[in-house]
Design a binder for this molecule. Sequence first.
Ligand code: 5AD
Ligand code: SF4
Length: 517
Amino acid sequence: MNEQQRASGKITTEAAPADKKSATGEKDYSKYFQRVYIAPSLKDAKRRGKEAVRYLKDFSIPDHLRGMGDGRKFYIRTYGCQMNEHDTEVMAGIFMELGYQPTEEPEDADVILLNTCAIRENAENRVFGELGHLKSLKREKPDLLLGVCGCMAQEESVVNKILEKHQHVDMIFGTHNIHRLPHILYEAYMSKEMVVEVWSKEGDIIENLPKARKGNIKAWVNIMYGCDKFCTYCIVPYTRGKERSRRPEDIIREVRELAAQGYKEITLLGQNVNAYGKDFTDIQYRFGDLMDDLRKIDIPRIRFTTSHPRDFDDHLIEVLAKRGNLVEHIHLPVQSGSNQILKIMARKYTREQYLELVRKIRAAIPDVSLTTDIIVGFPNETDEQFEETLSLYREVEFDSAYTFIYSPREGTPAARMKDNVPMEVKKERLERLNKLVSEISAKKMKEYEGKVVEVLVEGESKTNPDVLSGYTRKNKLVHFKGPKSAIGQLVKVKITEAKTWTLSGEMVEENVPVEVK
Ligand code: 5AD
Ligand code: SF4
């Protein structure tokens, strides 16, 4: 722990009592052991320091922790976004280096982690519900280690609630502490107390963390961490820290390696990918430059999520218009169609600026698929303001949208605003919006009927093993009958039927040209 990290939380460090459970057999490890309690602090999480990010390649498992997982199994349940899914892959990689084996059954596991999401209240309620269920498992298996990590662990109020009401939890660690997992596990084995290690300020970027990737067709690649936008409703800038970009050469190397391993699609991840590079002080290199370099790598598809309209610059549009492996799909969260609401949300663009951006993107990539995120029922949203969201949606004709009812997040500015919109009204607005989203999606999907698309086949359909499923470049889910040998391949499919959210079709010869991307 360095001084900066020490300064970033409430810390108590105690020497270990001598009579603790042994983590790895008979040896006495107490000389390594310190009980550390570092709780999150909202005040510190808000700060944005000027410290330069350090890029480290020093992750290694200390000798005394090697083999800690031999004969043991781990289970990680992931909530929330793709960033969390990818963090789970990293933690799985660390577990496996420690000798643990994965299991799909929580009942079978020696360690269970809940990798949590804090974005809305219902995500948090699900985790607290799960903690309740796991209490009985913990009673049956007292040696089971139960951990809570991810964005909820970064919240002061959540940690306090767990300390008060869920004493059966053995460890809590934050999004900046993932690389500390071996030590946290070790301390949890040795300690009778709950181990809490949550750094409130982001740490360094550690480049050589192991990853146990899920699947061998599509892969996630982090390009940046954190968010400095501080939209007034959003907890992410507090749970994920300040914007830090990975160095271009590290990202390019990772994508090249994945291509060489046979992966067909990469999704670049960041809370705000097009702020990429803004934090570099030594080079002028932004997201458009990165995409232009990745375009030259021999891998069929590259996507990214999520982008912010404010940072979507002309150079990026110009590069995306070169297509190749850069797909024709942009997820561009708008959140609201009302200028007053956008202002209170601190989105820092107007409806007109958003529409102008859409116009520019469509001028460069006419067939682009645009999807978005929308929040309804922001504090004091009027009917007229909500209507403006509907009218913007109609005007843009998004391919689809993730829609949410505003959920107050403790510590954010919006959570302190008085709100005069009853929940019933918010629910009605969500229903009306969802109806429009379905109508426009159905209309857009209909245009695919009779056309040939390119599908990256991911596997058997979830509901019918005779049917294969995969996605087009524009991220449309396609079901079709085909040989199992097509799994992992790019194939051509002629669409015979369009539903609201999915397409069905028949595989056609490889030499038939693609009619719609
Ligand atoms: N309430 C509801 N939705 C939210 N989002 C972020 N914070 C909140 C909140 N407090 C939504 C935004 C964002 C998406 C990931 O989640 O639409 O783009
Ligand atoms: Fe949250 Fe806004 Fe940052 Fe997105 S850009 S993560 S909505 S603060």
